[in-house]
Write a protein that binds this ligand. Structure first.
Ligand SMILES: CC(C)(COP(=O)(O)OP(=O)(O)OC[C@H]1O[C@@H](n2cnc3c(N)ncnc32)[C@H](O)[C@@H]1OP(=O)(O)O)[C@@H](O)C(=O)NCCC(=O)NCCS
Length: 153
């Protein structure tokens, strides 16, 4: 049986895309939108080298997270752990890896988005030390001509 200690983390590369996409698609709570296709994720990884991670149980991807920064604030998104590996600290490990990498890059504060109705994830983030904000609303705007639903990330 695979335990959390057998699971290794590594920097995400474009070659991980198919497995990571399959994990995201199997993970309610992770929204996939334009920009999350192979080209979009490759571009994200090029702009933010060494900050996003996958967890492997030896062969398969069982966890993934995207992370980046704009020189001032850090951002984490698309965190997912395979349903059979949850509750063993893997989500925490993935985030700690991101936070260490951001701290090494001189970033002092990190933000993330969580769907309001994702109660489990909101509890998870609070358990691992994140503060839920009630003084902010999120505002978004597409720069492309294509009209999309307002709830798209
Ligand atoms: C959220 C998610 C990444 C957590 O991963 P995980 O590996 O199970 O988390 P951990 O084992 O590191 O849990 C850390 C703590 O959070 C708690 N926790 C994790 N998921 C929880 C949940 N759904 N409900 C309540 N508490 C939860 C754990 O009990 C643990 O608490 P403890 O320190 O008291 O033991 C995982 O459930 C997941 O992939 N969910 C689907 C995708 C998703 O919603 N992603 C988040 C998008 S913002």
């Amino acid at each position: 049986m695979t335990t959390a200690v057998d699971i290794r983390l590594a920097a995400m590369t474009p070659a991980d895309y198919d497995e990571v996409e399959a994990l995201w698609k199997a993970s309610p709570g992770v929204g996939l939108y334009p920009g999350d296709d192979r080209a979009g994720i490759e571009r994200f990884l090029r702009r933010n080298p060494g900050l996003s991670f996958v967890a492997r149980d030896g062969r398969n991807v069982v966890g993934a997270v995207l992370c980046g920064h704009d020189g001032r604030r850090g951002y984490v998104t698309h965190l997912a752990v395979d349903a059979v590996c949850r509750g063993e600290g893997l989500g925490t490990r993935l985030i700690e890896q991101c936070l260490d990498a951001l701290a090494s890059a001189g970033i002092e504060k990190v933000h993330l988005f969580v769907f309001k109705d994702n109660r489990g994830a909101r509890t998870f983030w609070k358990r691992i030390g994140w503060e839920e904000r009630d003084d902010l609303v999120t505002m978004s705007r597409y720069l492309t001509a294509a009209r999309r639903l307002p709830e798209d990330e």
